[in-house]
Unconditional design. Sequence first.
Length: 193
Amino acid sequence: MSPLALLPEDPPSLHEFPACVTLASQPLYRIHRQNHGPWYFSDDGSGRFNLAPPRGTCYLATEPIGAFIEVFRATALVASADVAKRHLATLHVLRDVKLADCSVRSARAFGITAAIHASEDYRATQRWAEAFSRAGFEGICYRLSHDPSQRCLGIALFGQGGESDLPVDSDEPIGVELIKAAREFGILVIPTP
């Protein structure tokens, strides 16, 4: 049975769906290409929780390693030149934001399974994102699929599609410590030939 089949095709009423709040004071992390700003709300349908245009979704992590493993997920060996093309941004939301919390056990009562975090067919997860948005949630808290321990959390924040000029706390090259931390996930940064 496909993991997608484990999610209801049509989300039920989400009136009492579990919520959590991302505080304005909480740091969030995003790895992005140097030639683009970190605040980008994807609306092209390629992401797990992308909303349909003109809205979009910005994918963040609650810790730097979460951002790293989501960007460099396709291979165990990453060329140093690919890392050098990107920056690690530390960001925050302007005010407290209400999220649909798909990382808690009580979400199961609404039909949420691990498929919300891991399914590779995004049709169902995007339908859920649209339903969460209609229900008044400003984003989704979920477990990052490339962390087998399921400890790293992601934040899919809803907003106007495209680039945004929201504040950036810091935006720096990816440091050696983060590259070392990625080894725990079997991701090795190697010199570019």
